[in-house]
Ligand binder design. Structure first.
Ligand SMILES: NC(=O)c1ccc[n+]([C@@H]2O[C@H](COP(=O)([O-])OP(=O)(O)OC[C@H]3O[C@@H](n4cnc5c(N)ncnc54)[C@H](OP(=O)(O)O)[C@@H]3O)[C@@H](O)[C@H]2O)c1
Length: 290
């Protein structure tokens, strides 16, 4: 079986490629240089030509705030190129695992969103990802769509790395405490992806680590974990602030925790709590820094 990974230089794509490589699986990894998703006209044919058994589509326009001004590009990459990936997979007769986001939800609920719950994206990024999901289902109803959230890992840019950097530079950090979600470690996402692939799952699934957190809770734990793992930390105070005190161009859901009931039924192990996975990631990172 050959697995094609798009977005292979991103946080999740890189993790997927390294996991496949470590297990001696046949894979093809492609980044922007091999296939530019801002030119969707070329994407279907290129994907079909690779003739992979599975395509894991990790390529996406992920800059939530910049998407508000680069609306057209966000929709081209996240909707039109996603549709083209599905068309390519359909032509070659393979399977598709497409990655989506909790930002398709509006945050009105206070209980975890189920796969079937109504969507209501608050910004361009979320809307473009939602329309990407819809386009994929139109072309390839049996596609596997995996929604995840608050992604961090060893590769690329993410909240954990930002807090590690700030904690080493500043005595006081101010972090939003009125947005609630669930952090997801790339390593755990990829592990779940591989179970879904092995079981030839179809339809929509949601994955994050167990537990919920505000960005403030997450930052507190990152700094505590950073100290334990031996990172340089000068931050002494972490102050919770409301979203209105940290204005950003894109609106975010106040609550975007997703139900994992469906995916738990597919996995033959317990999903780790986000604190446990965060600490494992920090230990790995501190080891690689030493
Ligand atoms: N990050 C999160 O918190 C989060 C949360 C929920 C869901 N997700 C979803 O998870 C998936 C993976 O995200 P990630 O966190 O790994 O993001 P990422 O690190 O930004 O990776 C996205 C990848 O897409 C590539 N890409 C962007 N524009 C492209 C284009 N025009 N042509 C080809 N490739 C292009 C990027 O290439 P370059 O490296 O060249 O820029 C990058 O490698 C996405 O579907 C995202 O929507 C992410």
């Amino acid at each position: 079986m050959t697995i094609l990974v798009t977005g292979a230089k991103g946080q999740l794509g890189r993790e997927a490629v390294l996991a496949l490589q470590a297990d001696g699986e046949a894979f093809i990894s492609i980044g922007r240089d091999e296939l530019d998703f801002s030119q969707p006209a070329q994407v279907a044919e290129a994907i079909a030509d690779y003739s992979a058994d599975w395509v894991i589509n990790c390529a996406a326009y992920t800059q939530v705030d910049k998407a508000e001004e680069e609306r057209e590009l966000a929709f081209t990459v996240n909707r039109d190129a996603a549709r083209a990936v599905a068309e390519g997979v359909k032509r070659s007769g393979g399977h598709l695992l497409h990655v989506s986001t909790d930002f398709i939800f509006g945050g009105e609920q206070s209980r975890p969103y189920k796969e079937s719950d109504a969507t209501n994206p608050l910004g361009v990024y979320g809307q473009s990802k939602l329309e990407g999901e819809q386009a994929i289902r139109e072309v390839l109803p049996e596609a596997l769509i995996l929604r995840t959230a608050w992604v961090y890992g060893a590769h690329g840019h993410n909240f954990v790395k930002t807090i590690l950097r700030l904690a080493a530079e500043r005595e006081e950090l101010r972090v939003v405490d009125d947005q609630i979600g669930a952090p997801s470690w790339t390593s755990d996402i990829v592990k779940a992806m591989r179970v879904l692939i092995k079981n030839e799952a179809t339809g929509t699934y949601q994955f994050s680590n167990e537990g919920v957190a505000s960005w403030y809770d997450f930052a507190m734990e990152i700094v505590a974990g950073a100290k334990r793992a031996g990172f340089p930390v000068v931050a002494e105070t972490i102050r919770p602030i409301p979203t209105e005190d940290f204005p950003l161009p894109a609106k975010r859901p106040a609550y975007s925790v997703m139900s994992k009931v469906k995916i738990r039924g597919m996995l033959d192990y317990q999903i780790p709590h986000w604190r446990e996975s965060l600490y494992r990631m920090l230990k790995q990172q501190s080891g690689s820094q030493a």
